[in-house]
Ligand binder design. Sequence first.
Ligand code: HEC
Ligand code: HEC
Length: 350
Amino acid sequence: MALFFGSCCKEKESPFAPTPFTPAYHSRLMGYYREPPANPSTKEGILLGKTLFFDKSLSANNTISCASCHRPEHAFADVGPVSFGINGTPGKRNTPGLFNTGLQNRFFWDGRDTSLEQQSLHPIQDPGEMAMQPAALVQKLQNDPKYPPLFLKAFGSQNITIDNIAKAIAQFERSLVAVDTKYDRYLQGLENLSPLEEKGRVLFFTHPDPFAGALGLRGGNCGDCHLPQTLLGRQDGFFGFFNTGLGSEDPGLQTVTGLPSDRGKFKVPQLRNVALTPPYMHDGRFQTLEQVLDHYNSETIFFMPNVDPQIQLATNQKFGTSLMLTGEEKQAIIAFLHTLTDSAAVKFKP
Ligand code: HEC
Ligand code: HEC
């Protein structure tokens, strides 16, 4: 359509040459970065994606944008247990933050999407979120004078397609990097952790063994699931999904695989900036990191149906039936979780 309005000639004048963009992961994380060959990030693509992400006209009644739920000042998470779509419809799950999605290839708490390109079209179409049909969205943006030139710069054509909308949003999301943290400087050998943070780090990554030596090996067992570099779960298949004994009504991964053994399994969320994104868990049930630690330390989770064996096998006391961390150990782990904050990243301005 755009061709009829003379866009052909402009395209000829300026050959399509967008500026390649590589996100600023340090060398220890760059190996985990994933970008589909069909959608290489460019500065022009990211600018378009950012414009779309903050634009309320992506919703049927122009009331909400992606950023209404994924709030930049809260590390792109939301502040309540659930968010609200157009007409105030409450959602079912907690809105996750969006930093470091470029290191992931399983999206949503139940892992139902495998790429950001695929993912972004879901909230746009979801009747409880933005309720916008793809064809109507394309038409709406095509008629908005600001968009055809942005699409031309990003994708070489003023002709807007739903694929290019999805690609641009995905590029913007991949540009959201939060690795300017004390822990990342520690990983690179640039900064030491305080004694309490270091104690928390060791506990976080240690699987406890009360039978080791005279004193036993103390640990919080967190690193069994939240991996050391990415602080994510595994990204192959559904190995990064676990039941942490929350006893939720939400079937989680079972909705995707249909397997009863996957009931109550959820994606391991990424933990950078976690101190900034309460409430926690797929249903936003915990307000503080203290409550999260109390959950992992509680007596009841060992006996929850379907709880992960890695939780049941982790105790700091011989024949113990809970993790049995001391109050000071929990505080150390919380201090470690605070070393994962990138304060510069949340000063993001659209
Ligand atoms: C009404 C609130 C709301 C809006 C609007 C919204 N989201 Fe979300 N978003 C959520 C919730 C809630 C989840 C988790 C849902 C689930 O797991 O079932 C989520 C999940 C995601 C995820 C997966 C993150 C992860 O760690 O797996 C991405 C990426 C995302 N949204 C991007 C977007 C984009 C892009 C837009 C705009 C096109 C958008 N969202 C609009 C609430 C919202
Ligand atoms: C068996 C795997 C497993 C172990 C062990 C584990 N986690 Fe988790 N963690 C998860 C999963 C899965 C979720 C999401 C659970 C949900 O919402 O249902 C999660 C969620 C969290 C969250 C909430 C993040 C958010 O954005 O909502 C924090 C914080 C957290 N874990 C910290 C820890 C700490 C600290 C430990 C060790 C004491 C630990 N985890 C041990 C798998 C695990």
